[in-house]
Design a protein around this ligand. Structure first.
Ligand SMILES: [Zn+2]
Length: 211
């Protein structure tokens, strides 16, 4: 019998298990009480992440409410991810790295050209992934709000400046999120190749949902 270390400590039976290829979008429902585990298969892969309430997608993840409620910029084990109506949508129940980012935002063709030059205009970016994943459920650009970046290291320097620096993650590390309501999770497996958020080499991640 083979042992799959990525399933260690999951609180229930696996109901969905999928590899998201490098640079790809992903969307899936997670019911209240279920746990979503994200596995950073090869390490240092940023996973851009949005949450919508399944019952009414006008209710969605709010970085501002989450940061204000916990009086801390970083997402850690125990963080409750709040909606724009102040309700818990998901809770980080376990994390193999000390913190995750929710202020660095999602990369776009526009921000790439500003930061890295006009020759990057044609490169695929997280905003396009979010749009593609959301399109089938009728959401568009105005529905893309400030997101979470799992496994992305955005330290805040003493002078208040942000960095996007080498990741804290390593192959096989995980983060677990328990749904506190029925939610739709939308992911961009970040395709960025111009800064170290993906170690300049986007790689696949694994999404495991257990009941
Ligand atoms: Zn990105």
């Amino acid at each position: 019998m083979t042992v799959d270390p990525h399933l260690d400590g999951l609180p229930g039976a696996v109901v969905h298990d999928e590899i998201v290829p490098a640079r790809a979008p992903w969307l899936h429902a997670v019911a209240a009480g279920q746990t979503l585990r994200i596995v950073d298969l090869e390490g240092n892969q940023a996973v851009d992440f949005l949450i919508y309430a399944a019952a009414d997608d006008a209710e969605r993840y709010s970085a501002q409410d989450t940061v204000a409620a916990q009086a801390n910029l970083f997402l850690r084990t125990g963080t409750r991810l709040l909606s724009n109506e102040g309700r818990p949508m998901m809770t980080i129940t376990a994390s193999a790295i000390p913190y995750h980012d929710t202020i660095g935002g999602a990369c776009s063709c526009e921000s790439n050209t500003l930061r890295y030059g006009h020759h990057t205009k044609s490169q695929h970016a997280c905003v396009e992934n979010f749009l593609e994943a959301n399109l089938g459920q009728g959401r568009a650009k105005r529905d893309i709000v400030s997101n979470i970046n799992f496994f992305m290291n955005v330290p805040v320097e003493p002078d208040g400046a942000l960095g996007i620096v080498d990741g804290l993650s390593a192959p096989g590390l995980t983060v677990d999120l328990r749904a506190d309501m029925d939610v739709i999770v939308v992911v961009s497996n970040c395709p960025q190749i111009n800064n170290p958020c993906n170690a300049f080499n986007p790689t696949p991640v694994r999404m495991i949902i257990c009941a």
